[in-house]
Design a protein around this ligand. Sequence first.
Ligand SMILES: C[S@@+](CC[C@H](N)C(=O)[O-])C[C@H]1O[C@@H](n2cnc3c(N)ncnc32)[C@H](O)[C@@H]1O
Length: 152
Amino acid sequence: MNSIRFKIKDECRQNLCKYLSQAISVLPPFEKPTILDMGCGTGVPTLTLAKYYNGVILAIDTDKEALDCIISKLTTQVVSSNIIVECRSANEIEFPLQNFDIVLAEGLLNIIGFENGLRLVSRYLKQNGFFIIHDEYKNHSAKLEVIKSNGY
Ligand SMILES: C[S@@+](CC[C@H](N)C(=O)[O-])C[C@H]1O[C@@H](n2cnc3c(N)ncnc32)[C@H](O)[C@@H]1O
């Protein structure tokens, strides 16, 4: 049952990968970047990241069944990044400061809160790092203010 649910979701999310590709296309090139995918789900965007980068991708989510799905995809797909999958909450992450070149939150900030997400990530992004957010188009001006006021 779950595999059908995830299959349908994956097909929908696959259609969104073009936006992630667009975001990646405006970033400078990275050699072996360290990437965090927060709320990776079944890994559709994670695998898109892995198409573009040859570094390390840490993929975290609180849904163990979704993570089983990404793990099973990794057994059949060859990717150039080293993908590490962990069942962890974005709210409880602890990393060395300025650890990541890129952080992705695709469909997560509407769950954990926009400003909360920005605050969490600002500590762990390297100085010249990038935060890619895929969020609902709602309260746009207020969100732009929050982005600025959090030092991005
Ligand atoms: C809309 S889905 C997006 C999944 C994936 N990023 C994608 O685009 O296919 C949101 C994901 O966030 C996860 N999630 C919710 N709260 C979380 C938290 N506190 N920490 C990490 N992941 C969380 C959910 O389990 C779910 O997989």
